[in-house]
Design a protein around this ligand. Sequence first.
Ligand code: SAM
Length: 192
Amino acid sequence: MAKNPYQKPDRFAQKAKEEGYAARSVYKLAEIDQRVRILKRGQRVVDLGCSPGSWSAYVLERGCKLVGVDLTETNLPGGTFLIRSVFDVTSDELRTALGGPADVVLSDMAPLTTGARDADHFAQIELATRAFDVACDLLAPGGAFICKVFEGPDAKAFELAVRKRFDGVRRVRPEAVRQNSREWFLVAEHFQ
Ligand SMILES: C[S@@+](CC[C@H](N)C(=O)[O-])C[C@H]1O[C@@H](n2cnc3c(N)ncnc32)[C@H](O)[C@@H]1O
């Protein structure tokens, strides 16, 4: 059987296991947060595509109030988790669950990939665009948005749309992103 490079354990997968995180992706958010210092105690944070829960665990450890949304269940004490598509959840229900406007909106959402590069890219950009719409509805002025993006034909247009609403926007490709992956993260600060 052909080996799937995504299933090969690496030092981040090993570290996640040792440190009790549900996924190696926690080290992507941790690196972004160490570089940009986004998450602070007491903030209201929405985590879109939160399952299995490593980003949410990291956010909760920082003393933030968390609401997560995913198609599948997230088993983690401390946050509020909605089992729902991001296309079905409303900003009002997220605001109510958070107890006010959000300080940070995170999206690590990805579709089930097919291997067809452009099709996967377009499906992922659709999720990223929905995350951006939710962020624009929910964020308090000055808030931040961190969003996974699969590189492809529509990535630049997506980045430009985000740049219009935030004062500081950068692309970050954390070390934990696998070498053969086309993903990177848009880190947008100072929502206008
Ligand atoms: C890479 S995983 C997220 C990993 C998570 N950040 C963590 O650290 O545990 C991507 C997630 O996006 C979710 N997702 C995909 N489409 C979605 C949708 N329409 N609504 C909500 N979540 C979705 C998937 O179910 C999957 O759990």
